[in-house]
Design a protein around this ligand. Structure first.
Ligand code: ADP
Ligand code: GLC
Length: 507
């Protein structure tokens, strides 16, 4: 049990979290971290946008959402926008979830974009959200020890907290932590959006909020936060270099003493083949062959592939963006599909990639199945039904699917970058079988990828070796306990740094 002084009041601010909203791994991480911090005895309040689809029948599994009666107004560049707070509970926890309701901003078909284009008012939407987080903390007298911000959508919060909110009642002891889930998305907008932030123009400079003439909300978060984290130790190093920093490497290098990489975990109550109700048969290492066999034929049937047990079945579930290495797959597809294999893809994103994959499925109807869309159930079924999972990412801050794959006995094939390098051990020579969990390659070339898949195919035909690889992966522990403890250390460091700065009068 935590003593009162060990117990932290943490506000977790994000643009998505399971089970409410999700476009990618950010949602899984925010939901699982909140749950684990709650289990560790901290007081956690999560603040998310109230997207209108939270009330649709398709998400009937959500806990009831109630009105709190709290309303506030924020002047967005002269236009007064009202906000309302609804609330609910993160299922199975004590975590209060406050939902920021603003129909004009959040009643959209998707979270951030449609047809591959971001909403034109994304800056306004998420400046409103970030400012709302602080207004809610003030009006509800939450007095958080830490506001933990995630990605550019909440990057303005450390800026406001370090300046105009620093002296306000209720924030005297509040530190900020900024977690970088992906440097490729920075929330860059033209400079004339600056008034939406409500920050003084004097911060629109190279050190704080400006980059290449634009307003940069992720940079704002990095510049002002008391502590910065990212989602794997390798990515923490990569982002301090030009290839990984996407233009912010100098600032990150400058702040490297306050930057730490903490590998994400996985939520075992959601991603666990022994208890997963989204898959047709549950299994453990002991019942692997039987369970996986059922999952595999159900998947083949669902996706219209021949129901065969005698071919290696590869799977991929992914946002279809430049990051994920789909160009390597397309460039090596004809070579790989000469072999007797099956491949299933689930994803959505870049329309050109979606079409290229559809064409691949038309060309190889007996071997390739493609499902375009977002389908949580199918994502679980692919993890369970495939033999091996593809993640040849160009860059990957952490990546969750390779960990889910390991958990589901689905051997990952990954590129040696970011969190993939930190979570998969390569089978590179016979002796490495004692600790190998997958196949890892380095060069970002179609040949390197194809050769690695071919290694995996050869290995799959050696059932004893494959079984050992699967067993090694399934034995790994990815629970959130260890990572959450690392976040707790970061929160305490942030509090120390903040109190030092407070004595000096903040920024
Ligand atoms: P990223 O956050 O970069 O998309 P991660 O591997 O960290 O990559 O997390 C992706 C998460 O999103 C996983 O939970 C994955 O199953 C899920 N996901 C991605 N695309 C889809 C999709 N089309 N349908 C269902 N789930 C998806
Ligand atoms: C991002 C990254 C992914 C990471 C996820 C959760 O979307 O692309 O690698 O796992 O955030 O941190």
């Amino acid at each position: 049990m935590k003593t009162a002084s060990d117990r932290l009041r943490i506000v977790l601010a994000a643009s998505e979290s399971v089970p409410f909203s999700k476009t990618g791994g950010l949602a899984d991480v925010v939901g699982a971290l909140a749950k684990t911090l709650d289990q560790h005895g901290h007081e956690v309040v999560m603040i998310l946008p109230d997207y209108h689809f939270l009330r649709q029948a398709s998400v009937a599994h959500l806990p009831p959402i109630a009105e709190s009666g709290l309303r506030f107004s924020i002047s967005m560049n002269g236009r007064v926008m009202m906000g309302y707070v609804n609330w609910t509970i993160l299922p199975g926890t004590n975590v209060r979830v406050l939902l920021v309701r603003q129909p004009e901003y959040f009643d959209r078909k998707h979270l951030y974009q449609e047809h591959g284009h971001g909403y034109v008012d994304n800056c306004e939407r998420f400046c409103f959200f970030s400012r709302a987080v602080l207004e809610i903390c003030r009006q509800m007298v939450l007095r958080p020890d830490v506001i933990h911000c995630n990605d550019w959508q909440t990057g303005l919060i450390p800026g406001l907290l370090g300046t105009q909110y620093a002296q306000r009642s209720g924030f005297e002891k509040t530190a900020s932590v900024m977690t970088l889930h992906n440097m490729a998305y920075q929330g860059r907008f033209w400079h004339l959006d600056m008034p939406l932030t409500n920050m003084d123009w004097r911060y629109f400079n190279y050190h704080y909020m400006e980059s290449w003439g634009d307003l940069n909300l992720l940079k704002t978060g990095i510049a002002f936060a008391d502590q910065i984290t990212t989602v794997s130790p390798t990515y923490a190093r990569e982002i301090c270099l030009p290839e990984g920093g996407f233009g912010l490497e100098a600032l990150l290098k400058h702040r490297h003493e306050d930057l730490v990489g903490i590998l994400n975990g996985i939520d075992d109550s959601v991603w666990n083949p022994e208890t997963d109700h989204l898959i047709p048969a549950r299994y453990s290492i002991k019942s692997l062959e039987h369970g996986k066999g059922i999952c595999r034929s159900t998947l083949q049937r669902r996706l219209g592939l021949p129901e065969r047990q005698d071919v290696p079945l590869f799977g991929m579930v992914s946002r279809m963006t430049d990051q994920k290495g789909l160009d390597l797959i397309m460039a090596s597809a004809d070579r790989l599909l000469l072999q007797d294999i099956q491949v299933v893809f689930l994803g959505t994103g870049d329309p050109t990639t979606e079409n290229a994959l559809r064409l691949l499925a038309q060309k190889y109807p007996q071997k390739v199945a493609v499902e375009i869309g977002f389908d949580d159930g199918l994502a679980h079924q692919i993890e369970a039904g495939a033999d091996s999972f593809w993640m040849p990412s160009r860059f990957e801050p952490c990546g969750l699917n390779q960990m889910y794959s390991l958990r589901y006995g689905t051997v990952p094939i990954v590129r040696r970058v970011g969190g993939l390098a930190d979570s998969v051990n390569n089978l590179d020579h016979p002796d490495s079988i004692d600790h190998a969990t997958g196949f890892v390659f380095s060069d970002y070339t179609p040949d390197a990828f194809a050769e690695t898949v071919e290694r995996a195919i050869t290995c799959w035909h050696n059932p004893q070796l494959w079984k050992q690889l699967v067993a090694n992966g399934m034995a790994r522990d990815w629970s959130w306990g260890r990572s959450a403890a690392e976040y707790e250390n970061v929160y305490r460091k942030a509090l120390q740094r903040m109190s030092g700065r407070f004595a000096e009068g903040r920024v």
